[in-house]
Design a protein around this ligand. Structure first.
Ligand code: CA2
Length: 155
């Protein structure tokens, strides 16, 4: 049976994350964006949820995805806004406006890197942030999101 929109988690990846697996493996590992999306789909399925995975290099398109999540009554958002995390008040405002339970993920440990990565605007609109776990952070985020929205793993 098709899952209703209320059982959908939007997984949003921002600029340059389409390059995962092709460069800077010492920082971001060897996994590709397709690997991330597969991991999110598999993890969501354990909870009877569906992962709707999107990536964009454009701030406005990411905002449109957040609005779409609201329009489709998404159960949650997992977002790695990439570099926009550190610059985008507009993405912060979009997340605040929709009041969908949100977890922020960063593949790298942003606090062990340059100081300009230590602040995230989007994190302020999330109930939790995970960083430094590599792509496993997405799996952990979906587990935490499911717990927050009261969805248990299916037997
Ligand atoms: O650690 C993360 O997930 C980041 O959100 C990644 C962003 C960076 O600006 C944030 O500070 C932390 C950058 C994404 C760039 O991704 C690439 C992946 C492979 C090769 C080059 C860039």
């Amino acid at each position: 049976m098709a899952k209703s929109a209320a059982e959908t988690i939007f997984v949003l990846n921002g600029p340059n994350l389409n390059l995962l697996g092709s460069r800077e493996p010492e920082t971001y590992g060897h996994a590709t964006l397709a690997d991330v999306e597969r991991l999110c789909a598999e993890t969501s399925a354990k909870f009877g949820l569906r992962a709707d995975c999107r990536q964009s290099n454009r701030e406005g398109e990411l905002i449109d995805f957040i609005h779409e999540a609201h329009a489709k009554k998404a159960a949650g958002i997992v977002i790695n806004a990439g570099g926009y995390s550190h610059t985008s008040i507009a993405l912060h405002d979009a997340l605040m406006a929709v009041t969908i339970p949100t977890v922020e993920v960063h593949i790298s440990n942003i606090y062990a890197r340059e100081s300009f990565r230590h602040h995230s605007f989007t994190a302020r609109a999330a109930f939790a942030t995970l960083c430094g776990f590599g792509i496993d952070g997405y799996r952990l985020a979906i587990n935490g999101l499911a717990a927050r929205i009261g969805v248990k793993a299916k037997a």
